[in-house]
Ligand binder design. Structure first.
Ligand SMILES: Cc1ncc(COP(=O)(O)O)c(C=O)c1O
Length: 284
């Protein structure tokens, strides 16, 4: 089947899309991206993803060529042309091409590319939970920017897989930050806790939805950093992300060794998030 991709402001046949060898995204990882989940042929939380895309662009002084409406239209076109029912849409923007030079120009013309892929939410992991590896957070100090530079994340994920774990949870000097591609929550005595949205973590869209649900349910929540000892002593642990939704963690190894039961707070939040997704994506 023909595959269609996004190239700047058009959705075109993949065979006709080409990236220059001196694109700054390729040379320096000088760019940003978003991943949206598609349910029932509809993208979830496009507006929220666009807002974060704009924020990342602003923080890197990149010119962002889209309006909210264009971003949503192109996302829908990618989904429709590729006949995606359940899957993801990936959109990235680099600072474009030019002779290799660390110094970037503020008026550089951005290059936007994107694709769509079939994917199902990880049902089994959500039901049974996952094993995770706790390891040092070696990333830079602007984790709030959804940048293409992901080596700290990919190295942590590789290490986790080598320990037969599905995710790497990270800490900086004993303070838990987030997962390699997810946010981290703990529950202790029915109080939820997650790292505040500052430069040490990416403010996940799923994290924000979970915090909204928590507030709607009037549960107690603290957006405050917690230590690896607090992680070890938690009643429930779960991660959140666009592709993992809410996934319980049932054991952690590496810098601590702990086992967890999948608790009622995690189950309740999973159910409420599904309801929200169902309502926003018109699912039965
Ligand atoms: C480092 C990191 N933190 C958190 C998340 C979760 O963000 P979201 O819920 O927007 O997918 C991701 C997603 O890829 C991530 O890479």
């Amino acid at each position: 089947m023909q595959e269609y991709v996004l190239y700047n402001d058009a959705v075109i046949n993949r065979e006709n899309a080409a990236i220059d060898m001196e694109d700054r995204g390729y040379l320096f990882g000088d760019g940003i991206y978003e991943v949206m989940f598609v349910y029932n042929g509809r993208p979830f939380a496009v507006q929220e993803h666009f807002t974060r895309f704009q924020n990342s662009a602003r923080k890197l002084e990149m010119n962002q060529p889209f309006t909210n409406g264009q971003f949503a239209e192109l996302t829908n076109e990618l989904i429709e042309k590729n006949n995606i029912i359940n899957g993801i849409v990936y959109i990235q923007m680099t600072r474009g091409k030019g002779p290799r030079n660390h110094l970037y120009e503020r008026d550089a013309e951005a290059i936007v590319t994107g694709f769509a892929r079939e994917m199902n939410p990880p049902k089994e992991a959500q039901v049974k939970g996952i094993r995770a590896l706790l390891t040092e957070d070696i990333r830079w100090l602007r984790c709030d920017i959804k940048s293409l530079n992901l080596l700290g994340n990919t190295m942590a994920k590789r290490k986790a897989a080598d320990y037969s774990c599905a995710e790497a949870l990270m800490h900086r000097d004993g303070i838990c930050t987030e997962g390699s591609s997810s946010n981290l929550f703990i529950v202790k005595n029915n109080v939820l806790q997650t790292h505040p949205a500052n430069h040490y973590i990416l403010n996940g869209i799923t994290r924000q939805f979970v915090l909204d649900i928590v507030k709607e349910l009037k549960l107690n929540v603290r957006e405050e950093a917690f230590t690896i000892e607090e992680l070890a002593g938690a009643d429930e642990v779960f991660i959140t992300s666009t592709t993992m939704e809410i996934t319980p963690v049932v054991s952690i190894e590496g810098d601590i060794a702990s086992e967890y039961k999948i608790g009622k707070v995690t189950r309740l939040l999973q159910e409420k998030l599904k309801e929200k997704i169902g309502a926003l994506c018109h699912m039965k």
